[in-house]
Design a protein around this ligand. Structure first.
Ligand SMILES: Cc1cc2nc3c(=O)[nH]c(=O)nc-3n(C[C@H](O)[C@H](O)[C@H](O)COP(=O)(O)O)c2cc1C
Length: 208
């Protein structure tokens, strides 16, 4: 009898991890990192804006590192690598690639599909933005910003952006924080409602 209890429990756990947690089209990212391989002081020395990308593609492993740095969950209570005014989690993060757009879900460290279109050329207003492998899009959920103070969202987005800069520096990759963007193009690509607004975009690419 005991013989059957163990496999049943194991199957339940497997179902929970593989079947229950992932919906159709979701992509599980490689495990979030414990080490990026570079000292924080060295990454700060190397932090810079990069606007020239090579054709070499950024791996999913490196994207996973960058997303986790950006706004990954870093504590069991659901809090993230970035600070939030009054603790309300009002930022959202999207990733555009050459064939899809996803939303990053920090609590599961997965990508959820938002669109199956290539939106790379519809997000920026500077040519280099579309030349990376991915474009991160940071948005804010109006209903979650405390007292409607939008500056809180921009401040937190700045923290997120610096995390991305540092992880890119550590991984030898390039990025730039860009406020200058095609706002109507971003709204359309992400199907944003009037309850959510774009803050910044950040291309991620291999350095030329
Ligand atoms: C709020 C903010 C908005 C920015 N917007 C853009 C932008 O739209 N396009 C761009 O190419 N760079 C943009 N930048 C990057 C700056 O131009 C860059 O940080 C600055 O030239 C200093 O260079 P560094 O980042 O290499 O130190 C922005 C930076 C900040 C902080």
């Amino acid at each position: 009898m005991k013989k059957y209890i163990v496999p049943a429990g194991f199957l339940f756990i497997l179902f929970f991890i593989c079947g229950h947690a992932l919906a159709k089209g979701d992509i599980a990212l490689p495990k979030p990192p414990s080490k990026a391989g570079m000292d924080i002081a060295e990454a700060l020395q190397k932090r810079m804006s990069v606007r020239e990308f090579s054709v070499k593609k950024v791996s999913v492993e490196d994207l996973s590192f960058i997303l986790w740095a950006a706004m990954g969950q870093n504590r069991p209570d659901g809090k993230q690598t970035i600070p939030y005014a009054m603790g309300y989690q009002y930022l959202k993060l999207y990733v555009a690639s050459a064939d899809r757009v996803f939303r990053y879900i920090p609590e599961k460290h997965i990508l959820k599909p938002v669109s199956d279109k290539n939106e790379m050329k519809n997000l920026g207003k500077q040519a280099y933005i579309a030349a990376g492998t991915y474009i991160l899009i940071i948005t804010a959920d109006k209903e979650k910003i405390p007292n409607g103070v939008n500056e809180y969202a921009y401040t937190t987005a700045g923290c997120l952006a610096q995390n991305v800069y540092l992880m890119c520096a550590a991984k030898g990759l390039g990025t730039t924080l860009a406020a200058y963007m095609n706002t109507p193009g971003v709204v359309k690509a992400l199907s944003l409602t009037d309850k959510e607004f774009p803050l910044y975009i950040m291309p991620i690419g291999a350095i030329k």
